[in-house]
Design a binder for this molecule. Structure first.
Ligand code: NDP
Length: 285
């Protein structure tokens, strides 16, 4: 029998997830269906939709803007990375139990390390932004043993993210896993950035959506640096700026496919080959 999955968001028409998961299913021979479903924005609309799907026998769903935080609250069992992210993009239904995970960070790390062939270990990262995406990727970046520095336009939020990570790491992972990562740093102002250089500058802001520039110093990129924008579909001012100042540039399409592959793995126990899927989406652009 075909196992049913979906992605829930609002709006959802733009989502590439159905196309990606259909390609994964074809490639791996898994008998699944995957559709895009819009949940109402009114209070309780998302929760009702998820419960409805679970009760109709769906096996899981992806969650996108603006419901990742609600999905976090709805899941009865949370992975460690979802606990740190305080946001969930993957739900799995195990009978009546709703399990929540966050695959965004794993997707980013795989794209950087496996697809783009940059090692993160021991490298200095500037993470721009302190919204859902930044929270989602922080722990996986630390687990890749990178040194992360967080900067956000609204500095309080960067401080909260840095503090939240520090509390979590001190409490648990840091001691238990014995990894060699340092605690995250928090950068206070654009001015503070003028004396610094980074091996990776990762744009986890939504500035690209509105075509806004981020006022970074042109010296921010260390030799051979990678500038990574989580946005995809068009060149953002951040990508243009980075290219003009000597950095290698990547968009977030690979991350999108990799986070989907991680969700597929959670649901089906099989890791699809992402390279042909990324190639199809790049040519379709
Ligand atoms: P949020 O709305 O949660 O956070 C937005 C962040 O962007 C905040 O830190 C905000 O700063 C900052 N920001 C917005 N505008 C500007 C600006 N003009 N200059 C500087 N900072 C700005 O969004 P998400 O974290 O969910 O998503 C961020 C981006 O990541 C989006 O473009 C999204 O599409 C992308 N993304 C891509 C994924 C992929 O798979 N490729 C997965 C997940 C997200 P402030 O706090 O000051 O408002």
């Amino acid at each position: 029998m075909t196992d049913k999955y979906a992605v829930i968001g609002n709006p959802i028409d733009h989502s590439k997830s159905p196309q990606i998961h259909k390609m994964f299913a074809q490639q791996t021979g898994q008998d699944i269906s995957y559709e895009a479903i819009e949940a109402p924005l009114e209070e309780g609309g998302f929760k009702d939709k998820v419960i409805q799907l679970r009760d109709k026998g769906y096996r899981g769903c992806n969650v996108t803007v603006p419901f990742k935080f609600e999905a976090f609250k709805l899941a009865a069992v949370l992975s460690e990375r979802a606990q740190v992210a305080q946001a969930v993009n993957t739900l799995k239904f195990d009978g009546a139990t709703i399990l929540g995970d966050n695959t965004d960070g794993a997707g980013l790390v795989r794209d950087i390390q496996q697809n783009l062939k940059f090692s993160l270990q021991g490298r200095d990262i500037l993470l721009l932004g302190a919204g859902g995406a930044a929270w989602g990727v922080s722990l996986p970046l630390l687990e890749a043993e990178a040194n992360i520095n967080i900067f956000n336009r609204t500095t309080d939020k960067a401080q909260q993210l840095s503090h939240g990570l520090q509390v979590f790491l001190k409490r648990d992972l840091y001691t238990r896993k014995g990894l060699k990562f340092g605690l995250p740093n928090f950068v206070n102002s654009y001015a503070e950035l003028s004396s610094k250089q980074f091996d990776f500058v990762i744009n986890a802001t939504s500035a690209g959506l509105t075509g806004s520039e981020i006022p970074l110093p042109p010296t921010i990129f260390a030799p051979g640096a990678l500038a990574y924008d989580m946005m995809y579909g068009r060149e953002t001012p951040f990508m243009k700026f980075a290219r003009e100042h000597g950095a290698q540039v990547a968009d977030g399409l690979g991350m999108l496919v990799e986070q989907a592959a991680e969700s597929f793995y959670i649901w089906r126990g099989i890791r699809p080959d992402t390279a042909p899927v990324i190639a199809v989406l790049r040519t379709a652009k």
